[in-house]
Design a protein around this ligand. Sequence first.
Ligand code: KPL
Length: 315
Amino acid sequence: MRVVILGAGATGSLFGARLASAGHHVTLVGRPDHVHAIRSRGLRIVGTGPGTFSVDVAEDLQPARLADAVLLTVKSFDLAMAAEGLARSAPPRPTLLTQNGLGIETIAWGALARGGWFAPERTVVRAIHSVPATWVAPGIVRAAGAGEVVLPSPAAGEPEAPPVALFADLLRSGGFSVRTVGSFVEQVWRKAMVNAAINPVTALHGAPNGALLRPPLRAEALELLREAVAAAQADGMTIPEREAIAEFERIGRATADNRSSMLQDLERGRPTEVDALLGELVRRAERHGIDLPTMRRTISAIEARRSSSPPRPQG
Ligand code: KPL
């Protein structure tokens, strides 16, 4: 299959390497330094499933015109721009979204429609994933375990349903563990809650995900998780606190050696997903008259940290 991956950061590159090793023709669309490194030395994966993989690279969206499938793996804050650019460059293609956060598909549908795709909800599939990937340097990404991809159950007998089976088969062929669930919206909430607890605490303390399973950081993460449970409940998504904690522990263990995406963003002096994750929860809670003070403080702390650390050279 011809697969184009739009957003060749750590996650997109790891997906690309795994799919290339399964024999797919992969093109990574990314930043110039990464593209040049891969062009000259191949894409190197260290850690779990190491090797050097042969993928095509591009700095523009031309390859998407002939793609059988597109993985849109940019961060949530770049999603609207990337999706609109995709739709302006290529006819509708089966497209997978991998971003963290709530309401991601609505952002993508709107942007794809602005770019000219008709009824993008028929071609776009959203994934929730915990595939642990860390950026090492241009051309090099570390995989720290297997992780999991969750997709919505394919809608049986609906001719215009999005192409879930295509992505489930594609990802499984690359060795990913894929689960399809009927209660996908609830899964999105569960993952958003876990991200709201893990990402900022690891980012502020420079700690790997596994450090949050033990004192003293566990208490800090659980305070955020409790506020996320309150936001979910206010928004009509009843997820008991003990289930949220069990999910936090499950993902924390599965990605124990990983550095969260927010920690990596801060370390690289890049924008973070703090608004898409914590900001969105605060706004949703506020609509129901509920204040989330720990989240508000944490957002300020992340923003302060980001503005005090000058952007580092990319790599
Ligand atoms: O989604 C993640 C992220 O870092 O954004 C987890 C699952 C926490 C893995 O690090």
